[in-house]
Design a binder for this molecule. Structure first.
Ligand SMILES: [Zn+2]
Ligand SMILES: [Zn+2]
Length: 445
C-alpha cells in the first residue's frame, strides 16, 4: 500500500511538473546551449545572400527540434545569388498555420566590440572587394532565440494545435530575402499562414523588455537614381554651358519642399539624397551629375505621390534651366530594391500585448514609436496586409547602460555599429518567452 502511494505520488508529481512547463522555464533550460550556439554564429557571420554555413546550422537545429526541414529555398532577381532559405515545419494536428521568422545575414562591418567571441571574418563582397563581416544587427541573437522557440514549442505540444512554419530568411539587410522566399513559392509549398510573427533586437531598449507598435512600424523604402544631364564646358564660360551641378543643387532643395509644402505633416515622409557625383576638375563644367535617393513613406498612395513629385520636380527644374527635352533628367525607381512598409495588424497587436503583459509583466512591455527604417518582414503579410502580422522589438542593452545614457547623454552604439552587440542571455531569453507565448496564444487548444 505504501509502495503504491509512493509510486502514485511520483507519477502524479511528474505529471504536474510536465504540465507546469512554461515558455519561461523552457527558455531557462535551453539558455546554456543557446548561448554556445549564439557565440558560434556570432564568430561565423556571413553576408546577405551568402548564408551557407548559417543556413545549414539552422537546418540541423530545426531538424533536431522535430521539424520537417527544407533547405536552399529562395529565388532572387539576381540569378547569381543562391537561395539559402530554410523552412522547418512543425505539425501538431489540425489548426491554424503560423509563420515564425528569423533573419540570418550579417553586415560588412569591422567588429570593434572587444568581445572574446568577436568576429575576425573577412570575405569578398559582391563587387569583389575584401570586407570584414560582423553580426552588427543582432541577427545572431534572433537565430538563437528562434531555435529556442522551436525547442520550447516541441515540448509544449499538449498546449497547441496546428502547423508552425519556422522560416530562417536570408538577405534581410539587402531587403530582397523575404521576396526571394515568396517568389520560390513559400506559401504555395508550406501553406498560406493565418498569422506571421517576427522579432528584432533593439539597441536602445533594456534587456527583459519588449516593445511593439500598432499599425505602421517600418516605412516603405524606395531607391531612386537620378541622372541630371546638362551641357558641359569651360568653368570660366558658364554662359556657354548648361551646368548640371547648379541644376542638381536646385533639385535637392526643391525635393525637400515635398515634405515641407506638398505633404500632410501628419503623414511622415523622408527624401534623402545619399549620394551625388559629378565632374572631374575645378574648371570643367561636367555633362552630367548622378544622384542616389532613399525615399521613405508609409501609405501606398503617399508613396506614389512622393515618387511622382520627385520626377516632376527634376523635370521641372531642368525645363526652367533651359535643358532641351532630349536632355531631360532620367529618374528611375529601382523596383527590385523596394521594401514595403511593415504594418502590425492592430487587432493582432492588441491580442499579443495582453498576452505579453501577462507573461512578462506590464512594466516590461513598451509601446514603441514607429520609425522610417525598413524591414522586409513586411513581405510576409502580402501587399494588401491580408495576413495579420506583427514584428516586435526585444530589448538588447544592459539596463545600467540605458540609465547612464539617459543621465549623461552618452550615445549608445546603434544597430549596424561596429560596437553594437546585444547582451546575449537576457535578450535571447526574453525573445524565446515572448515569441513562444505569442504562438501559444494564436494556436491554443
Ligand atoms: Zn540591420
Ligand atoms: Zn536587422
Amino acid at each position: 500500500m505504501k509502495l503504491f502511494t509512493i509510486l502514485w505520488t511520483s507519477i502524479f508529481c511528474s505529471a504536474v511538473a510536465f504540465a507546469q512547463e512554461t515558455p519561461r522555464s523552457l527558455a531557462d533550460n535551453e539558455l546554456p546551449s543557446l548561448l554556445t550556439i549564439y557565440k558560434d554564429i556570432h564568430t561565423h557571420p556571413e553576408l546577405s545572400g551568402h548564408e551557407e554555413r548559417t543556413a545549414s546550422f539552422i537546418a540541423k537545429e530545426l531538424r533536431a527540434a522535430g521539424c520537417q526541414v527544407t533547405e536552399h529555398l529562395g529565388k532572387y532577381e539576381n540569378s547569381k545569388l543562391k537561395g539559402y532559405g530554410v523552412v522547418g515545419v512543425m505539425k501538431n494536428g489540425d489548426g491554424p498555420t503560423v509563420v515564425v521568422r528569423t533573419d540570418m545575414d550579417a553586415l560588412p562591418v569591422h567588429e570593434e566590440t572587444g568581445l572574446p567571441y568577436a568576429s575576425s571574418v573577412t570575405t569578398k563582397n559582391d563587387e569583389g572587394k575584401e570586407v570584414h563581416v560582423m553580426h552588427a544587427c543582432g541577427h545572431d541573437a534572433h537565430m538563437s532565440a528562434f531555435i529556442g522557440v522551436a525547442r520550447a514549442l516541441a515540448k509544449l505540444k499538449d498546449q497547441w494545435h496546428g502547423t508552425i512554419v519556422f522560416v530562417a530568411q536570408p538577405a534581410e539587410e539587402t531587403g530582397n530575402g523575404a521576396r526571394a522566399l515568396l517568389h520560390a513559392g513559400l506559401y504555395e509549398k508550406f501553406g498560406k499562414p493565418d498569422f506571421a510573427l517576427g522579432f528584432h533586437d533593439k539597441a536602445d531598449m533594456q534587456t527583459g523588455h519588449i516593445g511593439v507598435t500598432e499599425g505602421y512600424t517600418y516605412a516603405n523604402v524606395d531607391s531612386v537614381d537620378v541622372t541630371v544631364r546638362g551641357v558641359g564646358g569651360h568653368g570660366a564660360y558658364p554662359h556657354k554651358t548648361k551646368d548640371p551641378i547648379v541644376l542638381a543643387a536646385e533639385m535637392i532643395n526643391t525635393w525637400q519642399t515635398i515634405a515641407s509644402r506638398e505633404n500632410n505633416p501628419l503623414d511622415p515622409i523622408v527624401v534623402t539624397v545619399g549620394s551625388i557625383h559629378g565632374g572631374t576638375k575645378h574648371n570643367i563644367i561636367p555633362d552630367e551629375v548622378k544622384m542616389q535617393l532613399t525615399v521613405r513613406t508609409y501609405k501606398p498612395e503617399t508613396r506614389e505621390r512622393v515618387l511622382a513629385a520627385i520626377d516632376q520636380i527634376a523635370k521641372g527644374c531642368a525645363m526652367a534651366a533651359g535643358i532641351p527635352p532630349d536632355r531631360a533628367p532620367i529618374v528611375s525607381v529601382a523596383k527590385d530594391q523596394f521594401t514595403p512598409a511593415t504594418y502590425n495588424n492592430p487587432e493582432l497587436t492588441k491580442r499579443l500585448l495582453a498576452v505579453w503583459k501577462k507573461t512578462l509583466g506590464n512594466e516590461n512591455v513598451e509601446i514603441v514609436d514607429a520609425t522610417m527604417g525598413g524591414e522586409d518582414f513586411s513581405e510576409y503579410s502580402l501587399p494588401d496586409h491580408s495576413i495579420p502580422a506583427v514584428d516586435f522589438h526585444i530589448g538588447a542593452v544592459d539596463p545600467v547602460k540605458i540609465a547612464d545614457s539617459k543621465k549623461n547623454g552618452t550615445m549608445l552604439p546603434s544597430l549596424h555599429s561596429s560596437k553594437f552587440a546585444p547582451v546575449p542571455e537576457p535578450t535571447i531569453r526574453t525573445g524565446i518567452i515572448a515569441m513562444t507565448a505569442a504562438v501559444l496564444e494564436l494556436m491554443k487548444k
